[in-house]
Design a protein around this ligand. Structure first.
Ligand code: TXA
Ligand code: MG
Length: 346
């Protein structure tokens, strides 16, 4: 992947995209997690265009992307020592921190009426160059249509938003593949609001034990992160998490196929070849959750274009970034589980 800011392809892309940001237009750009849909975070006009392009509910706040600590101090206040430790360890990187906001520093649309602001420094040379060149902090949600899986390639962005955004910076496939971890640093100890590219284990190794927002484990409680309440990451066909042995999952598939449905199955590469279904999509290796994270959204998008009526997914290991994978799959499945052993039923 050519991620050299000064290369023949990238330099003109960045200069042009930065001009568009300065003109309060909306530009999609690569980050290390997923592609973002960026606009000048200080402009109401610019930020309103993000919500319009995505069809995003106005009560769901955006992450502000910065390139320097100076920009952090311009928009956030009450930055704790614990938060400093996290930033020193994981920035630039897939970690978003929630701070009390400095009033008036970013458009009120960015924070959707909250007194807090979400901030992250992305670990991607093109994203960092775009922020620097534009001279503004950049508000950016994932660059998908609201409710769809996040885009991990420029092609995904094009499929969702072609003709709706002023430009797309192509930086090749995203490395992490799932969104950043969102951590509320306005409370002590901090609380994880969304699992993502940096794992709970990674965070605890730096600042000690942290809690997760209860809504992550159960669909019952009301999430503190407004975006977590929406059905998300979802392909068009209903998805079911199938927790059981492969023979049992194959029976589920056989029943649906016998009923005349076109059936898809998502599984790690170790077991994918076992299944006989209309569409079998392998998704990384069980032994390496990072590889599954990288291809998860591509896989969900593949189902979308394949015309399946129903999708089953194996359960992936929850270690490391696996927690984020299972969080996204549970959302895509609207928490629909099929369990072979009733005693595990929750
Ligand atoms: O990796 C990522 O985080 C990507 C890339 C583009 O940076 N961005 C991303 O943005 O995933 P988005 O908008 O799809 O998700 C942002 C999440 C939402 O769940 C939103 O509700 C939450 O962050 N959020 C934003 N501001 C917040 C705040 N002040 N308090 C609590 N949650 C907040
Ligand atoms: Mg999103």
């Amino acid at each position: 992947v050519d991620n050299d800011v000064n290369s023949k392809k990238n330099y003109p892309q960045i200069v042009k995209a930065a001009e568009l940001i300065k003109k309060n237009e909306v530009v999609a750009f690569p980050t290390e997690t997923v592609y973002g849909l960026g606009a000048n975070a200080t402009s109401d006009e610019a930020v309103a265009k993000i919500f319009a392009a995505k069809g995003r509910p106005a009560d769901n706040p955006l992450i502000v992307h910065i390139a320097t600590f100076q920009q952090l101090k311009q928009i956030a206040v009450d930055i704790s020592d614990t938060a400093m430790k996290l930033m020193r360890t994981f920035w630039p990187g897939p970690l978003t921190l929630i701070f009390n906001k400095k009033p008036g520093a970013v458009s009120r649309l960015v924070t959707a009426g909250l007194n807090t602001v979400a901030v992250r420094m992305p670990d991607h040379p093109l994203a960092m160059a775009l922020i620097r060149e534009s001279g503004h902090p950049i508000a950016a949600p994932s660059a998908n249509k609201s409710g769809k899986p996040s885009p991990t390639t420029a092609k995904h962005v094009q499929d969702d938003l072609d003709g709706i955004v002023a430009g797309i910076v192509d930086g090749g496939p995203a490395g992490v593949g799932v969104e950043s971890t969102v951590v509320d640093c306005t409370v002590s100890p901090p609380v994880i609001l969304r699992p993502g590219g940096i794992s709970k284990e990674d965070i605890e190794a730096v600042i000690g034990p942290v809690e997760e927002d209860p809504s992550i484990a159960s669909s019952v409680s009301k999430p503190k992160s407004p975006g977590m309440k929406y059905r998300h990451y979802a392909p068009d066909a209903p998805l079911y998490l199938a927790d059981g042995e492969q023979q049992w999952i194959q029976q589920l598939i056989d029943e649906k196929m016998a009923a005349g449905l076109k059936v898809g199955i998502l599984a790690p590469q170790e077991t994918a070849s076992f299944y006989k279904a209309d569409v079998v999509v392998p998704c990384g290796s069980k032994a390496d959750p990072k590889s599954s994270a990288q291809t998860l959204y591509q896989a969900l998008r593949f189902f979308e274009n394949s015309g399946v009526d129903i999708i089953f997914s194996e359960v992936f290991p929850r270690t490391g970034v696996g927690a984020a994978i299972m969080n996204r799959l549970e959302k895509a499945a609207s928490h629909r589980w099929m369990k072979q052993h009733m005693k595990d039923q929750d």
